[in-house]
Design a protein around this ligand. Sequence first.
Ligand SMILES: [Zn+2]
Length: 470
Amino acid sequence: MRRVFVRKQMQKAYNSGDFEKALEIASRNIDCEINGVVSKSIIVRLHWKKEEFEEVIHLLEKWPEAEVENLKQKAIEKLKRIRTYEKKSDDSSNFLQVRIDPTPANKKILKHVYDSEHLTKNWFQENSKLWFRHPNGWVYWDMPIDFNLNKTHPALLELATDVLLRPWNKEVKKPITKGRGFGKKLALSYSGGIDSTAAALLLPNDTILGYNERSFTSMLDHRNAFRIFDAWKKKLGRDVLKVPSNHEIIRTFHGKQVGFSTDYASGVHLILLADMFDLGSIAFGALIDNTWLQKGKWYRDFSQSGHWKLWSNRFREAGLELVLPINHISEAGALRVCEKSSLIDDINSCMRGNGVTGCGKCWKCFHKNGPLGREVDLNSKEISKFLTERPMRTAQHALWAIKILGAENLVPDLSELLQEDLSWWEKAYPKGLELIPQNHRDFVESKTSEYLQWMDDVTILEETNLFPKQ
Ligand SMILES: [Zn+2]
């Protein structure tokens, strides 16, 4: 009786337009055996009514049983139609509406649907634009003029498909076509920030620096990145290759924010260019903070982790070594490497600054700009909020930064952790070198020694267990 009553009450609230009440009852009943499905359906419909299409998709991926009237597909279609952005014209006086996700001009290409059987058949070239047909639409890369899809080994297209779709499409996990031999050159997926600049500084001078340039307007500001690229050119005579692309929208079809589908999607442009540049290795700027430490808090043997085994093997299947040239240094180590280079005044990782200085108020400014001696407001809303969060984000590094900035008084409950000597956090972890392929290892080792000391007692790192899991 009670259950029938709950359902009637919920439907009555929904039908009479009292959505808050309907949502309140439905949220209480999602685990109920009898009313669970109807409760979930009501929640999904409420988000649909509010035009929260990303949430509709997200919920229906979590609760496929709550699907009604094909709302997931309808939400995807809606999102496709509204994905436009405002682009300033050159004189910045008028605005043009430009699609974030354009489609191929060639009608023959355009009629293709996603082929889950033959993954390489989802790739097309139109002049220097490389198109990828994903299950929910099209994304593109503006490739260098000499790029030729027909001269690109299928293994590279399959690996690229994997890094773009793995979280959602099982078929991308199948074995990669054999036969692509390792090339001779090395490229780094370069973002222009502190970490990847440190990676570039520890690699040979002929490493290709390749920037994934998000091709649409967003919170992400390219000015900081472009300033460091200028500095590379003026001070060190190096060019940075920029490849504009909108592939970061793929995630939004799964209810997530714009961003990389997987850790290695940030270098998908280099996978696609691997034959053109004769690449044998692609490097990514992952630090101790996300390799040997999980979430910057707990030590794990990264060399034995499922993540490392999976991805280093996948890259190898496509004739590429996966290189993590700063896996043996921490965020503090990366700061110290950059600090000693001629580029330091041209780097700023803050996304909210004016293109030259940081905002001084965000968490990035706190843990990156603060330790470099740049001005930071420790009482800003975001910094004070994050300092009081437990577990603290980017924990080991944040502790070090608190100490460097003399901000211990702001976190009295952490006084015990802050009594330790944290200078080890700036030093390099010798075991990390073992992860770097033999042909690059000696170089990275000797470069590291130019910039940093090596940890003499690795047990401090290997016993790290901050804010233990309950
Ligand atoms: Zn900032």
